[in-house]
Design a protein around this ligand. Structure first.
Ligand SMILES: Cc1cc2nc3c(=O)[nH]c(=O)nc-3n(C[C@H](O)[C@H](O)[C@H](O)COP(=O)(O)O)c2cc1C
Length: 178
């Protein structure tokens, strides 16, 4: 039976560059079953402690974390807004963390970020690198792609050095999950 990768981008943009990066990486795993989660399918009320007290958890929060139960691996890429997660991502993380901090079920994760800036979402990467393991992700590899518009064209990374770096990580991750 094929192994299963559950993938998502930390963005609700229809033109998300992080989605494009995740799709690019998934093209190296075409022998896997792929499930791509779109954050737009997990839109919930803004988290509040009052809502948490008065209402049941949103069904979508429970669904989001359940998606990782059947995964053999997770591939994701975080968008950076004002040096942190996009609000779409943060809201999901807040709700899910209240359902159970074990969001990612100890599954191996390839964690990425990209942005239009030269730091490639390095701030959100630092946050996710330290927080996702607390959410029970087994972060195996990390990669940040800087200056997306300069380094990614026609569905591929055009900077050879960065492409090689990512390909090495893709292979290490594959070895870990097969
Ligand atoms: C509200 C907002 C805040 C942003 N803040 C940052 C930032 O702090 N650092 C950065 O590198 N890019 C920042 N950007 C630019 C994003 O990297 C860019 O919009 C990127 O396309 C977001 O990823 P996405 O396309 O996957 O949603 C910001 C963009 C928006 C709309």
């Amino acid at each position: 039976m094929k192994k299963k990768i559950v993938a998502f981008a930390g963005s609700n943009s229809s033109k998300s560059i992080n989605k494009q990066l995740v799709r690019y990486v998934l093209s190296y795993y075409d022998d896997f079953d792929i499930k791509f989660l779109d954050l737009n399918d997990f839109e919930m009320p803004i988290f509040s402690v009052d809502r948490e007290k008065n209402d049941p958890f949103p069904e979508k929060a429970i669904q989001f974390r359940n998606e990782f139960e059947t995964a053999d691996a997770i591939v994701c890429s975080m968008a950076e807004h004002n040096r942190t997660y996009s609000i779409a991502m943060k809201n999901i993380l807040d709700w899910c963390s209240r359902v159970d901090l074990n969001i990612f079920h100890e599954k191996p994760m390839l964690l990425m970020s990209t942005s239009t800036g030269g730091y490639g979402g390095g701030n959100v990467m630092q946050l996710a690198k330290s927080f996702f393991p607390r959410c029970h992700a087994d972060v195996i590899e990390t990669f940040s792609l800087p200056s997306f518009k300069e380094n990614f064209t026609n569905n591929t990374i055009t900077n050879e050095e960065l492409k090689k770096e990512l390909e090495t990580k893709i292979q290490t991750f594959r070895n870990r999950i097969i």
